[in-house]
Design a protein around this ligand. Structure first.
Ligand code: PLP
Length: 454
């Protein structure tokens, strides 16, 4: 069969443009593509590392427009860098947010949100079992700025929340999967309490990642990440992300967040007026808190982060499969007193784990060995495949004794209340062969039993 000349011309003349709008595409497609921008100069397919502190303006007028925020283009890498912008677009898409800001670390992300929304005299509330370093920011840095925090010990207890909320309470903070106890929270229940009082809910989704749960879908207003962990994935670069959920009604806050909602001069609009309710928070945080404190992410780390995110789902599947197998195995072993993993059937949180997390509660959890502190020492010192390290969310498996590390500075009473017992080990399960990981744990537990008893 011969084709007509017309048909051939038609076939060869049609070249469609690459896609740059990934709304409505699957999670795995968006983790690879979302945030990409046309690289017109060289056709690079991998996101380039834009090592430039500042960016040339086309004209006098463009300079003026960028400084007055009429034009949101590049200006200076403290606010916006083209490599970081790709990571920002990607996380906004994966979390279902309206915008995002990348910063130098998870700590910078959390501090920037607090600095942006709170001032001296304000108060906020957090669940008690959050990451120990975040508690230190709350108790030390925030306190020095005249901002006070209260902790809710049982997030299920509405009366406890209500007894702590007062007129100065301007933010509620929690984590989806706290470590080391894997004591998951019900974001929906906490969001209802926050919104009843017109207070934004900030959720640290570091350990779960948007692959396991998307807090905005469950009522969170702002999501933060230590992208240092699972998002970047390979333990090679610190990074932090702030995601704007776009749903909190800033218009109904009566001047409580005045820098965001009100005009600061008669000549320029407020962030709320300029960006609208849906996008005001991300722009506000970028232009004020992040600009004023200066925790800019380096272009190189932004590159590592965006590369890591492209394979998030594949790594998370393996992290969680390995963790479920290891947690189930640990439960029956001599030398193990308890395993803190919400995904295990029959535990206090197993219904919640099923409902919100599909039974997959991440890969950072606790195991308590016999022999107390000396049992923990024996266990840690016998590990050969697991690395003795702080950090979580690496492709490598890691182990640490929280009593003598992350929670070393806490009082014995505080540790006891958090369930940080002497023999507790925090495991961050990597993506190695599960049989090798179990064999390593097995020989370390055998040493514990030999020396300290079962
Ligand atoms: C849950 C969580 N949030 C925040 C942080 C702080 O992140 P970064 O170390 O990137 O500053 C960590 C660090 O371990 C963390 O585990």
């Amino acid at each position: 069969m011969t084709e007509s000349a017309d048909a051939i011309v038609d076939n060869t003349s049609t070249v469609v443009e690459p896609n740059y709008d990934w709304d409505g595409f699957g999670f795995e497609t968006r983790q690879v593509h979302a945030g990409e921008r046309p690289q017109l100069d060289h056709g690079d397919r991998v996101v380039p590392i834009h090592i430039s502190n500042a960016f040339r303006f086309d004209s006098f007028q463009q300079t003026w427009d960028r400084f007055s925020l009429e034009d949101e283009g590049q200006l200076y890498s403290r606010h916006l860098n083209p490599t970081a912008e790709v990571a920002e677009g990607k996380i906004a898409s994966l979390e279902g947010g309206t915008g995002a800001v990348a910063v130098a670390s998870g700590t910078a992300a959390i501090s920037s949100v607090l600095f942006g929304l709170l001032e001296a005299g304000d108060h906020f509330i957090s669940t008690a079992s959050i990451y120990s370093g975040t508690q230190i920011i709350f108790n030390r840095a925030m306190k020095r700025l005249g901002i006070s925090v209260d902790y809710v010990w049982d997030w299920r207890d509405e009366d406890e929340w209500e007894s702590l909320i007062r007129p100065e309470t301007k933010l509620i903070f929690t984590e989806t999967i706290p470590n080391p106890k894997n004591d998951i929270t019900d974001i929906e229940a906490i969001a209802k309490i926050a919104h009843r009082h017109n207070i934004p809910l900030v959720v640290d989704n570091t350990v779960a990642t948007p692959y396991l749960i998307r807090p905005i879908e469950h009522g969170a207003d702002i999501v933060v990440h230590s992208a240092t962990k699972f998002l970047a994935g390979q333990g090679a670069g610190l990074a932090g992300l702030i995601v704007d959920g776009g749903r909190f009604d800033w218009t109904a806050t009566n001047g409580r967040y005045a820098l965001l909602t009100d005009r600061q001069s008669s000549t320029s609009p407020s962030f709320l007026e300029r960006s609208g309710n849906e996008r005001a928070f991300a722009e506000y945080i970028r232009q004020t808190a992040v600009n004023d404190i200066g925790p800019a992410i380096s272009a190189f780390n932004a590159f590592l982060l965006q590369q890591g995110m492209e394979t998030l789902s594949l790594r998370m599947e393996r992290h969680v499969d390995n963790s479920v197998a290891i947690a189930q195995w640990l439960v029956d072993q001599a030398g193990v007193e308890s395993v803190d993993f919400a995904g295990l059937p029959g535990g206090r949180d197993s219904d919640l784990a099923q409902r919100l997390y599909g039974g997959r509660t991440g890969s950072v959890f606790g195991v308590t060995v016999t022999g107390g502190l000396e049992g923990a020492r024996t266990f840690i010192d016998h590990l050969r495949v697991f690395s003795r390290m702080t950090n979580i969310g690496d492709v490598r498996s890691l182990a640490i004794n929280p009593r003598t590390s992350t929670h070393n500075g806490f009082s014995p009473e505080h540790r006891a209340r958090l369930g940080i017992h002497d023999g507790l080990i925090r495991l961050s399960i990597g993506i190695e062969s599960v049989a090798d990981l179990i064999a390593d744990l097995d020989q370390a537990l055998a040493a514990v039993v030999r020396i300290h008893g079962a």
